[in-house]
Design a protein around this ligand. Structure first.
Ligand code: ARG
Length: 267
């Protein structure tokens, strides 16, 4: 069961990287600012880029305890992209389920939320080139009798609603065995209170949540491998190529790596 999923997601990841390479030349809209304002002053040349996210996903996006700032890998990469392109960044914190609708309706310019590239999502948004790899993992109580993915059968699995963890758990173990929460941390709390048997969630948030909670562990066997990318409206191909160009530069000059290593220590 798990092998099939892994193979499918890897195939998807390969397809998406192929798609990312085949730069189709769709005609893009004229930049509105081009005619009236020549960008002399780089700080205010192009206006604001609104990023939709769900800031309940450390270390990618979360509220910094001290002030109410949204920080994390995605927040910093987005800021670096906006900076490079001459936009001011505005971050909007909404439910994870709402991130793609916010982008398709044009209320946000892009969605960045540790969001996995999936074929289903690609029907409603374009994805940028990938900037991170992730794995879905399983969190269980330290003394759990669940030792492998197959042991999840018939157990109650907690997930953050609308995530790939939700989709996999529902597909593989049935809707009746899936408990959905608004935040990943809420699922983890329910697990530590014995209300559910396991949580399926992305590996990096899993590490943070397990560290913050007594008596939980992450299973050694990973569930599925994924690629994170930035979601942009299908018709906004101009922003898509700007973002990809900025991402390529930020990868090449080491900015992405240094942002990641600020938040994730190789252990
Ligand atoms: N990678 C998973 C997905 O795309 C989970 C993302 C959850 N992100 C968040 N900011 N809460 O479905």
């Amino acid at each position: 069961m798990k092998k099939k999923i892994l193979a499918v997601t890897l195939a998807m990841a390969m397809v998406s990287s192929l798609v990312a390479c085949s730069g189709s030349t769709t005609k893009t809209q004229e930049s509105a600012s081009a005619s009236n304002e020549e960008s002399q002053d780089s700080t205010e040349s192009k206006g604001t880029l609104v990023m939709a996210t769900n800031a309940e996903f450390p270390p990618y996006e979360y509220h910094d305890g001290s002030d109410d700032q949204i920080v994390g890998i995605d927040a910093e990469i987005a800021a670096a992209i906006a900076d490079k392109l001459g936009y001011t960044l505005e971050i909007e914190d909404i439910a994870f389920d709402s991130v793609i609708p916010e982008v398709t309706s044009g209320k946000a310019d892009f969605g960045m939320a540790g969001m996995t590239v999936t074929e289903e999502r690609k029907k409603s948004v374009n994805f940028s080139d990938s900037y991170a790899t992730a794995v879905q993992v399983v969190i269980v109580p330290e003394d759990s009798d669940i030792t492998s993915i197959d042991d999840l059968s018939g157990k109650i699995i907690g997930v953050q609603s609308g995530t790939t963890g939700d989709l996999y758990a529902t597909d593989d173990f049935g809707d009746e065995n899936v408990e959905r929460y608004n935040k990943g941390m809420e699922a983890v709390q329910a697990l530590s209170q014995g209300k559910i048997d396991a949580v399926i969630i992305d590996n990096e948030p899993a590490k943070v949540f397990v560290q913050e909670t007594e008596g939980l562990k992450i299973l050694d066997s990973a569930y599925a491998e994924e690629q994170y990318a930035i979601a942009i409206a299908l018709d906004n191909t101009e922003l898509l190529s700007e973002v990809n160009a900025a991402l390529a530069e930020l990868k090449a000059d080491g900015t992405i790596d240094s942002i990641v290593s600020k938040y994730i220590t190789a252990d």
